[in-house]
Write a protein that binds this ligand. Structure first.
Ligand SMILES: [Zn+2]
Ligand SMILES: [Zn+2]
Length: 139
């Protein structure tokens, strides 16, 4: 749990059991999570936390940059993930709204070309893939 303690200290938040467990759940999830997802994951670990506490902690994490919130264009739902230090992309399921974070980027060369051609300093880009996850694909 030391990793989380250091992170919280870095952003000036006091370490509490609730904050630590939220970070742990977020760190160990391959998918982005909604507040309700977090709520039930925490409950499964035998820790009682109200949904409004989950929201409150998410808000402070987002404010401090520990967590990134993503609003799905397809459903207006908000999903959360740990703020990644490495750039990545998202796969978004149109049926169940699952969002998978994928590491790595195939666009670095293209970005460089664009920057040169348009004399434009590119700081960031986003790329989302929409479709159907394994569970939602009929086989
Ligand atoms: Zn799905
Ligand atoms: Zn990229």
């Amino acid at each position: 749990m030391n990793k989380y303690q250091a992170l919280l200290r870095q952003v000036g938040l006091k370490q509490t059991r609730q904050r630590t467990i939220m970070l742990d759940v977020l760190y160990n999830s391959k998918d982005l999570l909604s507040a309700e997802d977090l709520f039930s994951a925490i409950k499964k670990r035998g820790v009682s936390m109200s949904l409004s506490t989950v929201y409150r902690i998410l808000e402070s994490f987002t404010e401090k940059g520990l967590v990134t919130a993503m609003t799905l264009e397809t459903s207006k739902q908000v999903r959360y993930e740990i703020t990644h230090t490495h750039h990545g992309h998202h796969l978004i399921c149109l049926a169940c709204n699952k969002v998978i974070h994928v590491e790595g980027c195939p666009l670095e060369d293209y970005e460089e070309k664009l920057a040169k051609k348009h004399r434009f300093q590119i700081d960031d880009h986003t790329l989302n893939f929409y479709g159907y996850c394994e569970a939602c694909t009929p086989r």
